[in-house]
Design a protein around this ligand. Structure first.
Ligand code: B4P
Length: 213
């Protein structure tokens, strides 16, 4: 039997919603030293995702003495954020190298609301979206202890100076923490206790991911 035209709705064939590519795209968020890099390494392995850390990209450029590295170093050594435009461009160009990725872990990006907006636009251009922002909650004293400890072993200049560490924490509170709102409004924000054993924290993160994956 032929159905009336109004019931034959084929708009779904053309709707961008329907052509969305199923990916698991996680934003790992939290203050400096909260365990983003530590947990990202574990999550990448478990969920088979591409790990993009803007901090790692900048450090690799500093090591390679590139122009980007020189620029990034001038901000990182002072505990400041590298300017948005530079960071967004480098992130997009890195992500674009992985056309077949099953998903991404964005570690340390976005760090401002502007970066969050730009990341959303970029994900839309790939017909996908951010699945979840996972935020690691760690108190300030613990952050300072961890970073100074890492500074002793790693030689990272930004981890060796208590004033630079304080500046990074202040910048996080002022410029980065407000980006949570962007994901809260989209019902994509989830906070996890970042103090305790690394494996226990990893378990909590996986529980949150498995709720939406
Ligand atoms: P990042 O490289 O992102 O570094 P981070 O925030 O300092 O460290 P992270 O949070 O990953 O460290 P982790 O906890 O794993 O940024 C460095 C700088 O780059 C920024 O200050 C900024 O200048 C620039 N930058 C980066 N991204 C940017 C952006 N999007 N926009 C603008 N500028 C940007 O590790 C900390 C230590 O804690 C480790 O030693 C680890 O072993 C330890 N640890 C981890 N979990 C633990 C636990 N549960 N218990 C005890 N210790 C733990």
């Amino acid at each position: 039997m032929k159905r009336p035209a109004e019931l034959r709705d084929v708009s779904f064939l053309y709707s961008p919603q329907q052509t969305k590519i199923a990916m698991l795209n996680i934003v790992l968020f939290g203050p400096p030293g909260s365990g983003k890099g530590t947990q990202a390494a574990k999550l990448v392995e478990k969920y088979n995702l591409v790990h993009l850390s803007t901090g790692d990209i900048f450090r690799a450029n500093i090591k390679g003495e590139t122009e980007l590295g020189k620029l990034a170093k001038s901000y990182m050594d002072k505990g400041q954020l590298v300017p948005d435009e530079v960071t967004v461009d480098i992130l997009k160009s890195e992500a674009s190298k992985y056309a077949d990725a099953k998903g991404f872990i964005f570690d340390g990006f976005p760090r401002t609301t502007f970066q969050a907006e730009e990341l959303d636009k970029y994900m839309s251009s790939r017909n996908t979206s951010i699945t979840l922002m996972l935020s690691l909650e760690v108190n300030e004293e613990e952050l300072k202890t961890r970073l100074l400890l890492r500074g002793k072993d790693s030689g990272r200049p930004d981890d060796q100076n208590p004033e630079v560490i304080q500046k990074r924490i202040d910048v996080y509170n002022k410029e980065t923490a407000p980006a949570k709102e962007f994901y809260t409004k989209q019902n994509k924000y989830s906070a996890v206790n970042g103090v305790g054993a690394i494996d226990d924290i990893f378990g909590s993160l996986c529980t949150e991911i498995d709720k939406v994956n």
